[in-house]
Design a protein around this ligand. Structure first.
Ligand code: AMP
Length: 304
């Protein structure tokens, strides 16, 4: 079992859905990833928060076996993000992004983490993703996520990072933004040309599709849910389940990658059943096993 180093945001999120609104709850790409991946392995968190970040959250991370040696507590204000979902929860609008302490973040990797083999570059400024890669000795599996803000404002840096990753995991919207291509297959083909990575496109409530450089395609549906409370963090939780499983198996063959996608899917399905990390904090391995069994029953077809 390998540990995973994650760099990303730890945030205060304010979220509006058609049912409910919450203000300044715990969020951030690294938060969701860590709370999901901790089900499978140990997590090393590289991130920054401000003085306003409550101690109770630090205690919660520590109790969840998330190592905080790489978490900087600075004198400024924590990163903040505000988003709103339409009736169709697959459609989200960013209302506000306050970078705050992120603007002074140096992304220093503690010496103890430099040999870590599994790395997740969660959604954050690509120049910081690159800084982390530069400090690691010889990472074996690097997965990377991004978001509209960075595609629009830091594209050259993002394209440089993509030269050094094994998996690029993005939402369908981000794939459109990168390529201006509406067809997912044609878009994926263009994105694959940006590096040597395999690509996973997340399709919100519709599942996820893997595209490899060898032309393999593997698609899974999302776990069907009756009550989606808040989709925020679904993508990061998917990545957490996906990478967590790969790090626990220490294998990267196609079948293991396919299974890892299903684990990512299942963990994300729990994440969206609550606001913030409510559902992920309560999640157990037995819950994951149970939904995994249901998923297999729903999608299995005997060979013809
Ligand atoms: P997801 O729903 O998986 O796309 O992730 C949403 C999380 O990403 C929220 O908790 C936000 O705090 C965080 N976030 C939003 N915008 C950014 C950004 N530009 N950079 C890094 N993290 C962000």
């Amino acid at each position: 079992m390998s540990s995973i180093l994650v760099i990303g945001t730890v945030a205060f999120d304010s979220i509006k859905t058609q049912q409910k609104e919450v203000n300044e709850v715990l969020g951030g790409s690294a938060t969701f990833f860590a709370m999901a991946a901790r089900q499978f392995t140990d997590i090393q968190l590289v991130a920054i928060v401000g003085q306003d970040f409550p101690k109770q959250y630090l205690t919660m991370f520590e109790e969840s076996e998330i190592d905080l040696k790489g978490l900087v507590i600075s004198s400024g204000r924590t990163f903040r993000w505000k988003g709103e979902y339409e009736d169709n929860m697959n459609v989200r609008h960013t209302l506000e992004t306050q970078l705050n302490v992120l603007e002074e973040f140096k992304a220093d990797v503690p010496a103890e983490y430099r040999k870590t083999k599994y790395v997740f570059l969660a959604n954050i400024n690509p120049h910081l993703q690159m800084k982390v890669l530069d400090q690691l000795e010889s990472p074996e599996l690097v997965c990377c996520d991004t978001m509209n803000l960075w595609i629009e404002n830091a594209r050259p840096d993002l394209e440089e990072v993509l030269q050094r990753v094994n998996f690029f995991i993005i939402s369908e919207e981000e794939a459109h933004l990168l390529t201006k291509e509406q067809n997912i297959i044609r878009g994926a083909r263009q994105i694959l040309k940006m590096g040597k990575f395999s690509l996973i496109i997340k399709r919100g409530g519709y599942g996820a599709i893997l595209f490899t450089q060898r032309g393999e395609v593997f698609a899974i549906p999302a776990f069907p849910l009756e009550n989606v409370v808040d989709p925020t963090g679904a993508g990061d939780s998917f990545a957490g389940g996906f990478m967590g499983y790969l790090a626990a198996q220490e294998r990267m063959d196609l079948e293991t990658v396919q299974r890892a996608m299903v684990y990512g899917n299942i963990v994300a399905s729990y994440a969206v059943e609550g606001f913030s990390i409510e559902a992920l904090a309560a999640l157990t391995r037995e819950d994951i096993r149970e939904r995994m069994r249901q998923f297999v029953r729903m999608t299995h077809l005997s060979p013809v």
